[in-house]
Design a protein around this ligand. Structure first.
Ligand SMILES: [Zn+2]
Length: 474
């Protein structure tokens, strides 16, 4: 794949060598991986392609460290990101990179990509790997896959066994696309910082037999403005396809108008996380690990359930393991509570729980999940076990997690299995084992970059789902 993508492999062999230290080193013509990591089956889609690709980037085109390390972010983009892209999960990978930057990089520890040498902490990783990865993604989005690939083929050919810098990458792209890219490289490589984008307002009006959306974007970062190209997704009533437009945006605030012949249902700014930016708090989906990671939580047991013994055992087990980690998990019965607390994480156990309907996920997420997923969910609700976690409707910073099982004997298995599914937002299980048959992340609704249009107070239906794009290589 890499020979086709970039150019001939520069060495006569490639060896995977087991190291007695737990390393992940990419050396010329071999990689040194630790004995633990080598055994994992997922290594074939994570460290292994990354270290293999370092034979092109780093071990034959060398890094001119004085001018910034371009090699890790590019390797992450063409290996780690590409593997995810091939599984249809490129947007998740990018969102996570933006999240890392948002969480770990603030004014005091931010620095330009041009000053990145190597990773010693999460902030350096978020810039040297994540931001460089995103800069490459933006180049690809702006100029297309073919130009992107040709520019790097040229870069490889010209700089094999030589030192190279971001400037040399820029010149290769300029030659291939025939444009001056100094402003782009200055903005992302020489300058530090990230834009913060807000959808300030959005409305829709009827003009003849067309519908016109009017919306305003702003850049809220304190520092200078960025010159951006931002994808906008518009979901239309009774339509299976999402309308995608790319707009230019380099002002503090700007108003846009787009027209459609069907009623717009929803607009989302940068839905696939294609732009390097600081994320808003509300843009991140809730996951099970947030519920497990909460310092303070309450678990609500269903007093009247016929599986109360099993649920109680689950509660006791988790209470213990949370205590060991210095966290508190309070266990309570539904009949003793008037309402769900808003200042801590909440676990609601059992279909018979009087708070089971506190978050009606099917109703709420119908327009966001594939119809097959909804049907699957409905069926598992009747005969299997279902787990999901959503933001508390009364305090979006706190997760509410529901666990319900129609099979009594499946509950002990859930106790063991759930901690391993931390990155998911919903899960479905079958049988007594129980066997996981459904998993995924619930999309963020009420994102500050999404607006739902109402007509006479109601939000119309759309069948459109945004599908992942074609990967850079297959
Ligand atoms: Zn690397």
């Amino acid at each position: 794949m890499y020979i086709n993508l970039i150019g001939p492999y520069p060495y006569s062999k490639f060896a995977l060598v087991e190291n007695f230290w737990e390393t992940g080193y990419g050396m010329p013509s071999f990689t040194l991986l630790g004995e633990k990591v080598i055994r994992f089956p997922f290594i074939l889609y994570t460290s292994y392609p990354h270290e293999l690709l370092h034979n092109w980037w780093g071990n034959s085109v060398y890094v001119d460290y004085e001018k910034g390390n371009w090699c890790e972010g590019l390797t992450a983009y063409m290996a780690d990101h590409l593997m995810k892209e091939q599984q249809g999960k490129g947007a998740d990978y990018r969102r996570n990179a933006l999240q890392q930057y948002t969480n770990h990089v603030q004014d005091y520890n931010d620095f330009p990509i041009a000053e990145f040498r190597s990773r010693n902490n999460p902030a350096e990783a978020a810039i040297g790997y994540g931001k460089v990865m995103m800069a490459n993604h933006m180049l690809r989005k702006e100029f297309g896959d073919e130009n992107f690939i040709n520019a790097y083929r040229k870069f490889y050919k010209e700089y094999k066994f030589k030192n190279a810098s971001f400037d040399d990458i820029r010149k290769c792209f300029e030659d291939v696309v025939g444009a001056d890219l100094r402003a782009f490289f200055h903005q992302w490589i020489i300058r530090k910082g990230a834009p913060e984008i807000e959808l300030q307002s959005a409305s829709v009006a009827r003009r003849g037999n067309m519908y016109e959306i009017d919306f305003t974007l702003s850049q809220n970062q304190k520092e200078d403005l960025f010159d951006l190209r931002i994808p906008i997704a518009v979901y239309l009533e009774n339509d299976n396809e999402v309308g995608l437009e790319t707009i230019k945006f380099k002002e503090r605030t700007r108003n846009y108008k787009l027209s459609f012949d069907k009623r717009p249902v929803r607009i989302t700014v940068d839905p696939m996380f294609d732009v390097f930016r600081r994320l808003g708090l509300d843009e991140v989906p809730t996951t099970l690990s947030q519920a497990f990671g909460s310092r303070d939580a309450v678990l609500v047991l269903p007093k009247k359930s016929k599986s109360i013994k099993e649920y109680k055992a689950m509660a006791d087990m988790w209470q213990q393991s949370q205590q060991v980690q210095g966290k508190t998990l309070e266990v309570a019965y539904d009949k003793d509570m008037d309402e769900i607390p808003q200042d801590k994480a909440v676990w609601i156990l059992g279909y018979e729980n009087k708070f089971a309907g506190y978050v009606n996920i099917i109703e709420k997420y119908k327009g966001y999940l594939l119809p097959e997923t909804i049907t699957r969910f409905e069926n598992l609700n009747k005969s299997g076990a279902v787990v999901f976690v959503v933001p508390n409707p009364n305090n979006k910073e706190m997760p509410v997690c529901f666990i319900g099982s129609r099979i009594k004997k499946a509950i002990p298995g859930l106790v063991r299995k759930l901690p391993h599914y931390g990155k998911y937002g919903y899960l479905g299980f079958e049988g007594e084992a129980p066997t996981n048959v459904l998993k995924g992340g619930l999309p963020v609704i009420n994102s500050p970059l999404t607006h739902e249009f109402k007509y006479d107070g109601a939000n119309p239906v759309t069948n459109a789902i945004l599908l992942p794009g074609k990967p850079l290589a297959e």
